[in-house]
Design a binder for this molecule. Sequence first.
Ligand code: SF4
Ligand code: SF4
Length: 225
Amino acid sequence: MNQFRLRDHLIDGELFESIRSAALQEKEWDEDKQEEIRRFEKKVLQWMRKKRPVKKYKKLAVKKSDLKDIIELADISSLELFQGPSNFELAQIHSEWCNHCGKCCTQSSPIFIHCDEMKAITTLNPSLKDEIISNQFYPEHFQFREDQPCKFHDSQKKRCSIYDTRPQVCQNYPLMLIGSEGQEHHIINLRHDCNYATRLVLEKAMILFDEAVRRKSKGSEGFRK
Ligand code: SF4
Ligand code: SF4
């Protein structure tokens, strides 16, 4: 039998592995992205060790590797699975975690505009018509002509110069909407240099950790592989 882990009190090991592998495929994480995920998880772990020091849970034999396990789960799952808030709800109530560093506006490409929002954007701001082109990957959709940095990022003021008419993708960042129609869900763009994303995953990881500790201390058997 494989070693029993704290995460096993939350989710079956095989189910976790299948969700993670599906998430990896869905996002088409290449080697660069996987390296970025490792950096991201390392950063969240540094914070997590301060917020949930393992020595405090000595009696329950919690290890540093348990923190890593829980962070991996927080990366890919919504707290809705555990009757908690969705990624979207969590992001909405913690917008203060965005430190307005501007990296999402200066380093993202392409800046996606869904065909359904084109009319609204160009009606509200007709001058944007000349700034929008067909999307290079999804020709039925659109993107800004200039990105990396986005033409509308005001680096002096550190703000978006078309804030009220910015595309949905910008309004949602660091969340990304994925999945087929009717089954869309928000995932977090796991970028280690985005304070908003790292704090979101840290928050989820702490909630999951507390729940796993609660179940373990109550003697729940958890899920064994
Ligand atoms: S969402 Fe992240 S990358 Fe964008 S400005 Fe906020 S902290 Fe920076
Ligand atoms: S439209 Fe505004 S929010 Fe979106 S990338 Fe450009 S500057 Fe950033």
